[in-house]
Design a binder for this molecule. Structure first.
Ligand SMILES: [Zn+2]
Length: 107
């Protein structure tokens, strides 16, 4: 993953007319570039807002079926997750058992 470039210029805060400074903003675990004012108001550019939206959509829990294929079992990765992190056909993933009820899939 490449390091994100911060926005460079302050913006005027629409809430208090103060200077909103460019910085990384944490949206539910995803770091996106944006601006934050001393009053707490935060702004994201449209591109970063879309990334944050896709990420939040992908955090919703979905039920998926487990199906058997040969001696292995398959699950599908919901489109919201694929869209949020850019999974493509034939990408490799790492799978392991975390505990009796949790399978971790890392890409
Ligand atoms: Zn403000």
């Amino acid at each position: 993953m490449t390091k994100k470039k911060l926005e460079e210029k302050p913006l005027v805060c629409p809430e208090c007319d103060g200077d909103a400074e460019p910085m990384m903003i944490n949206v539910s675990g995803l770091g996106v570039t944006g601006w934050r004012c001393k009053c707490g108001y935060e702004m994201l550019s449209p591109g970063e807002l879309e990334k944050a939206y896709l990420f939040l959509q992908a955090q919703k829990h979905e039920k998926v079926k487990i199906s058997k294929r040969g001696n292995s079992y398959m699950i599908t990765i919901p489109k919201a997750i694929a869209d949020a992190i850019g999974i493509e056909n034939l990408d490799m993933a790492e799978v392991y058992l975390k505990d009796r009820k949790t399978i971790i899939v890392g890409i």
